[in-house]
Ligand binder design. Structure first.
Ligand SMILES: Cc1cc2nc3c(=O)[nH]c(=O)nc-3n(C[C@H](O)[C@H](O)[C@H](O)COP(=O)(O)O)c2cc1C
Ligand code: SF4
Ligand code: SF4
Length: 258
């Protein structure tokens, strides 16, 4: 089996499920792991190239049928130069839109050789009653089968073009018009939310305030808060919950392309 000295994990994962998928894949390979957590404001802002003996694993969540804008902008800084990559978009059982195509396009344009790609299903980070608890053991079993096939492909070193679903021009990126509120009576002013926010939407010394224009509804601050002080609320959120439960409760399965 082909071995790699380094396994580079590149991900954007506000509620941690995408990171879980990337870790699951990375742990099936030997090699020293290095991480590029694009949620981190300081990460991914400058051009980055990889050594020849590296395998790159990329995981991106789907936001409104596209890649999150902040994440895709940073991803463009990673240059492939024939470095092999496994590329995953991770979504909340609603729709894939054009995100899988968008991810593959960015990586190909930047010179990566895509060994395998796919769309995995995880718990919806906004409407957590949809796909609750996923990825589950069935998901991970399917993911592991995919990784085994990726290994065969990496051994063969034949990286022909992989066709994935999606359309061009991509669907328009629509910002989800939600922003979390902060219950100040629960807040202990630890500022975890401030440092977790990829959009700098929470002022340094005022975690109860969120700049709704900057907020992308990514959910990072909600999952980072140790006191559960931050959450979505309001008619729009309740309406979204009701609609999603009615329309997207039926289980969708992950899909992979090699
Ligand atoms: C702003 C936003 C938009 C989303 N849009 C979609 C979508 O278009 N389709 C979908 O199935 N899930 C959508 N989701 C759900 C996430 O793709 C899903 O929960 C994913 O697992 C989140 O990954 P993470 O745990 O790494 O943050 C959206 C979530 C957020 C926060
Ligand atoms: S304030 Fe908005 S953009 Fe910032 S972490 Fe929270 S949900 Fe994400
Ligand atoms: S993470 Fe939660 S407890 Fe900490 S400052 Fe933010 S809202 Fe307050």
């Amino acid at each position: 089996m082909k071995t790699f000295t380094k396994i580079a994990k590149i991900y954007f994962s506000p509620s941690s499920t995408t990171r879980k998928i990337v870790d699951e894949i990375a742990n099936k390979f030997e090699g020293t792991q290095e991480e590029y957590d694009l949620l981190n404001a300081a990460s991914g802002n400058t051009p980055k190239e990889f050594d020849d003996d590296t395998l790159v694993i990329v995981g991106m969540p789907i936001f409104a049928g596209r890649l999150p804008k902040t994440a895709s902008k940073k991803l463009m800084n990673f240059k492939g130069e024939n470095i092999p990559a496994i590329a995953i978009v991770n979504y909340g059982n609603v729709n894939i839109g054009d995100a899988l195509l968008e991810l593959n396009d960015i990586l190909k344009e930047n010179g990566f050789n895509i060994a395998g790609t796919g769309a995995t299903v995880s718990q919806h980070s906004i409407v957590t009653d949809v796909a609750t608890g996923r990825p589950d053991s069935k998901d991970l079993e399917k993911l592991n089968e995919f990784v085994e096939k990726c290994k065969e492909k990496l051994d063969s070193e034949e990286f022909e073009n992989i066709e994935v679903p999606g359309n061009k021009p991509y669907c328009e990126y629509k910002k989800v018009p939600l922003a979390p509120i902060c219950d100040e009576s629960l807040c202990v002013y630890c500022y975890e939310c401030v440092s977790s926010c990829p959009e700098e939407a929470i002022p340094d010394m005022a975690p109860a305030e969120t700049d709704t224009n900057l907020c992308s509804a990514c959910t990072a601050c909600i999952y980072a808060c140790p006191e559960d002080a931050r959450y979505f609320t309001g008619d729009l959120f309740e309406g979204m919950k009701e609609k999603f439960l009615a329309n997207f409760s039926k289980r969708k399965e992950s899909e992979f392309y090699l």
